[in-house]
Design a protein around this ligand. Structure first.
Ligand SMILES: *[C@@H]1O[C@H](CO)[C@@H](O)[C@H](O)[C@H]1NC(C)=O
Length: 186
């Protein structure tokens, strides 16, 4: 009995210890999704993922709930190996070594936040942002708790994405362990 209780506790802990970033490619062409980490603009290659994603396909990666400074974006017009991208390229090729700080395109951002027990407790704070960056892909971001935002060229209200560093109305937050679907050509 004790053993099975311990297993249940471990399973519950595991299911709540990471959130998921899922990329959904609704474009008619391949996009190269990337995830990096750069809290306060300082690249930390300990969290880095990248792949080529064909039209109509999706791919998911999990990230520990306690991570901060996580960003995710799409690269276009790359060589198969992730180099030479027309938009969103990084240092490192398929898997970026610079946390995406050189990518220069719209990205989704995620970070652990403790709002305090009376204000929702431990959550994942998230948003879309294109501060000082181009909107290379119409981008949607949907959380598994039902919230979603969208930003496209010519249609990107300040409550959907950070256009400037003070667009706090773009901020969202969701429970630990949530799944975030970042859609290209949304
Ligand atoms: C990636 O592909 C390009 C284009 O085919 C090639 O020029 C380059 O050498 C490749 N880079 C690596 C690291 O394989």
């Amino acid at each position: 009995m004790k053993f099975s209780l311990a297993l249940t506790a471990a399973a519950l802990f595991a299911s709540a210890s990471a959130f998921t970033i899922k990329f959904d490619n609704k474009c008619s062409y391949a996009v190269w999704p990337a995830i990096g980490k750069a809290p306060n603009g300082q690249p930390d290659p300990s969290v880095a993922h990248g792949a080529k994603l064909a039209a109509g396909k999706s791919i998911s990666w999990s990230v520990a709930d306690t991570q901060i400074g996580i960003r995710a974006w799409g690269r276009t017009g790359c060589a198969d190996n992730g180099t030479g991208c027309k938009t969103g390229g990084c240092n490192g090729g398929m898997v970026c070594t610079d946390g995406g700080i050189t990518a220069g395109v719209i990205l989704s951002e995620y970070g652990y936040a403790d709002f305090g027990a009376q204000y929702g407790g431990k959550r994942i704070s998230w948003d879309l942002s294109h501060v000082d960056s181009s909107i290379n892909l119409a981008t949607g971001l949907h959380a598994s708790d039902g919230q979603s935002v969208r930003c496209a060229s010519g249609n990107c209200p300040a409550n959907q994405a950070y256009n400037s560093a003070t667009d706090y109305a773009a901020d969202r937050n969701s429970p630990l362990g949530a799944t975030f679907t970042h859609t290209f050509c949304a």
